[in-house]
Design a protein around this ligand. Structure first.
Ligand code: NAD
Length: 423
């Protein structure tokens, strides 16, 4: 990994993919085809892109039962334990409705209502992502969303990985459909004969999924447009190079465009980590992907002090931040921009990916400057409550009418005054 001394400003290289002209056109045409032709269009694209010849999109009960038979009992227990952890973390996020009142009888408040329905996209391809299922479904379930619909592309035999089906069933998904890419997003947003539309679509996917989500936003809500995975490690001389290197590689193996960064004031740690990364890369099954990510986007920033390291981290605003210093907890207050913060050498990033409980759907591409991990609020709406008594309105009618007239809105003013008109 290259070592770069920090000068006054740093500029972190990230990959932002907004698709080619061709990809955007393909997505547009798939969206309008599904909107017009419903299931028939979805089935055609599923044949074309996933190679599966299906007669129905919905996963049947017996397919779920079969998935359980294919799974190791021990793995099912691990999934259940992860669900418990994720659920108890998200339960802490639930906000209640509230009201306040004063002596004039005014009642003001905020009513919390879960969305009626949510669609969860789970990427297909060569890998299976049961952790993605849990991290997207559990906050929706915890918010109280009744109808949670999952869409994921089948393989060419028309099957969905058993781990994905079991995770979906355990987490409480109501309906599962075998469809991927832009056609899945279109079906979830606009509905077809067999898939009723949802209110919000969440979940990661490739460029076709991302472009389609961007297009349907407004007709439905979406979570975010996620970029490639990122990790930044903030370390001092007490950190162990082999552990830092292993954690940097844990993200690099995700994607050729993943971004792994070490920020340290220790030249020795910087040099050791650089060597360790190369050493550990050699034996990784996904070496090719990780090597390319490290070569293109990996960097070690060498700073003058711990304080400068913190400033660099805040300007990067990483998706995942690991703090491996002597007293990580003491630095927490100074971290302003990071999706998830992992403290100390025993909080390696994969702990959060699968098991600890906090959500692994996190802001990427520096968006941690202004946004947060996926959470229960993402699946709830707030309605304001306003109830004025006669006394309260009488006391304030003139002020409200004056404000309305300030804006030239006479009917607004009269609506208030109408209540107190002398017969
Ligand atoms: P995917 O499910 O995202 O996409 C598969 C679909 O892409 C196909 O069903 C097809 O409809 C569509 N498609 C493929 N080629 C097409 C073409 N030429 N024209 C139109 N549509 C086409 O699965 P994938 O491709 O394996 O990608 C998975 C993605 O999800 C990766 O980018 C991975 O990094 C990402 N991912 C992210 C996270 C996260 O938490 N951020 C987790 C897991 C996966």
């Amino acid at each position: 990994m290259k070592i770069v001394p920090v000068t006054e400003t740093i500029s972190i290289k990230r990959s932002i993919d907004s698709g080619t002209e061709e990809q955007r056109a393909a997505v547009q045409s798939i969206l309008s085809d599904v909107r017009k032709n419903g299931d028939a269009a979805v089935l055609t694209y599923t044949k074309k892109f996933d190679g599966a010849d299906l007669d129905q999109l919905r996963v049947k009960e017996d397919e779920i039962a079969e998935a359980y038979e294919n799974m190791d009992g021990e793995i099912i227990s691990i999934i259940r334990e992860a669900i418990q952890n994720i659920r108890s973390f998200h339960e802490k996020q639930v906000r209640n409705s509230w009201m306040m009142t004063d002596e004039s009888g005014t009642i003001l408040g905020q009513k919390m209502t879960p969305l009626d329905s949510a669609g969860v996209y789970v990427p297909g391809g060569t890998a299976a992502y049961p952790s993605s299922v849990l991290m997207n479904v559990i906050p929706a379930k915890t918010a109280g969303v009744k109808r949670i619909v999952m869409a994921t592309p089948p393989n060419e035999n028309g099957k969905i990985p058993s781990a994905v089906l079991v995770a979906a069933n355990e987490a409480g998904v109501s309906e599962i459909y075998k469809t991927g890419g832009a056609q899945a997003i279109a079906a979830l947003a606009y509905g077809t004969e067999s898939i009723r539309p949802v209110d919000k679509i969440v979940g990661p996917g490739n460029i076709y999924v991302a472009l389609a989500k961007r297009e349907v936003f407004g007709d439905v809500d979406i979570d975010m447009i996620a970029g490639p995975s990122e990790i930044a490690v903030l370390a001092d001389a007490t950190a162990k190079a082999n552990e830092v290197a292993a954690d940097l590689l844990s993200q690099a193996e995700h994607d050729m465009r993943a971004c792994s960064v070490l920020v340290t004031e220790s030249r020795e740690l910087a040099e050791e980590t650089s060597k360790e990364v190369q050493k550990q890369l050699e034996s990784l099954p996904r070496k090719e992907i990780a090597q390319k990510a490290i070569d293109d986007y990996g960097v070690i920033y060498l700073t003058q002090s711990l304080q400068e390291s913190i400033e660099v981290i805040n300007s990067i605003a990483p998706e995942h931040l690991e703090i491996m210093t002597e007293e990580p907890m003491e630095l927490l207050g100074q971290i302003r921009n990071a999706g998830a913060i992992f403290l100390g050498r025993y909080s390696s990033e994969p702990v959060g990916d699968y098991f600890a409980g906090p959500n692994h759907v996190l802001p990427t591409n520096g968006t941690a400057r202004f946004s947060s991990p996926l959470n229960v609020d993402d699946f709830m709406k707030k309605s304001s409550i306003i109830s004025y008594s006669r006394k309260a309105l009488e006391e304030n009618a003139e002020k409200i009418a004056a404000f309305a007239r300030l804006e030239g809105l006479e009917a607004h003013a009269r609506a208030v005054e109408e209540r107190f008109k002398k017969e």
